[in-house]
Design a protein around this ligand. Sequence first.
Ligand code: HEM
Length: 502
Amino acid sequence: MSEIKNRLTTTAGAPMPTNEHSQTAGPRGPLLLQDYQLLEKLAHQNRERIPERAVHANGWGLEGIFTVTHDITRYTRAKLFSEIGKTTDVLSRWSTVAGEQGAADAERDVRGFSLKFYTEEGNWDMVGNNTPVFFVRDAYKFPDFIRTQKRHPKTNLRSPEAMFDFWAAQPESVHQVTILMSDRGIPVNPSHMNGYGSHTFSFWNADGERFWVKLHFKTQQGHAHHTNAEAERLIGKTRENYQEDLYNMVNEGRFPKWTLFLQVMPEREAETVPYNPFDVTKVWPHADYPLIEVGELEMNRIPENYFQMVENAAYSPSNVVPGIGFSPDKMLQARIFSYADAHRYRLGTHYEALPANAPKAADVNHYHKDGSMRFFRNDTGNPDAYYEPNQYENAPVADPSVQEPPLTISGDADRYGNAQDVDDYTQPRALFNLFDDGQKQRLYENYAAAMGPVSKPVKERWYAVLAKVSAEYEAGVRAANDALDSDVNAVPVTDDTPVPAE
Ligand code: HEM
């Protein structure tokens, strides 16, 4: 018999005589407890699943590259932006928010838009969405909001009643809900949607000047969306059209691309603009803060192993690099805690050392020790330097030159509710007024499809919110709901899919 070149082994490396037959006391059984390979095979199977993400569980990822095309060094000293032509490796993950793993890709939902930039000074994670705003402005409300998107504890079904009950009590959500119910609610696939950092972040330059920034990744493929009717037909054929589309695009060399733009606000201007520039339910007017071009993102590789690179990907807004920082946005501030905590639970203490998350270029030198699955080297390069400060010359020390400029904050510690003068309606009104007649009609009908099972009192509460945006908006949604109520056989959707105005 010819020599076997690639021998099957146990996890401990010993060659295996068979991978098909268990060890028994005779051909009819019973099994022998000493058949450790069978026990291990069954035990491994029992441990193949890890907890899915509490939100954004259903996702798709690619690897690619970011290239700087314009000089923004006057705003940030971040090394990845240091010169035109510079490239940085990126891992993307797009996702729906509510669906569990295996949910249909073409559901009406906000999409996550996560990018991990493996920069030479550590990983920068841009954990955004395909919308520039969010449903709530205070992190305290986030777990309740997500509960309304997930399953009812008794029926184990999604609950439109819970969704609209919650939104009606949070008028700040009407901006995001308008986007969700518009044509943009079901992108054809992630290549046809924009990505937004949504929050305000800070950039700081080599002179220690801080700027507030918003990030926009604009699709170069153009916006394209499915109507409800198209999505229903599609889901009848395949639940995995996003994974299929991305896989086929990259295999065929049609690499999806985005252009990164910034909006930039000088630090002090935040005190004088007539709105809270750190409120994630609001956009900054482009007339006041025009888009500044930065670079191009091209996603051009399918990860060799989905679980290793996409399921194990651990994105966190806490991952910033020198030149990029946070802002006072209280949603962003909570996310700084929440994601790393989620990863420790979902992936384990050393999630940052997994291949998807390990920094590529930076030296990784820290004094954190030991712990479960500490599978990488357990010292700083000098076994005596296991604490800090220490006497050793070659031991890692902090670099004061990467200190962020001080942030001036003044205020009384309190639990502030929504200020009375916060205007939750002008921006959604401006968005609604941009829609043409067809887009408005589909908006109404998408609402009717989503609100069908909602009780009359909750519907009325949501209509009251819409009325504050626009009487036309309220009347349109009410009429579409009434038409559906009076004709249970009506099909409240149209078939054409024009791209909404930018
Ligand atoms: C206080 C508000 C928020 C909290 C506490 C929160 C918390 C979380 C948690 C715990 C996860 C799961 C992480 C994991 O297990 O890997 C997650 C995922 C995610 N969240 Fe949030 N979130 C908040 C708001 C937002 C906002 C405003 C955005 C977008 C602007 C956003 C975008 C995402 C994305 C894209 C993912 C999926 C990341 C991935 O692809 O792995 N979240 N969020």
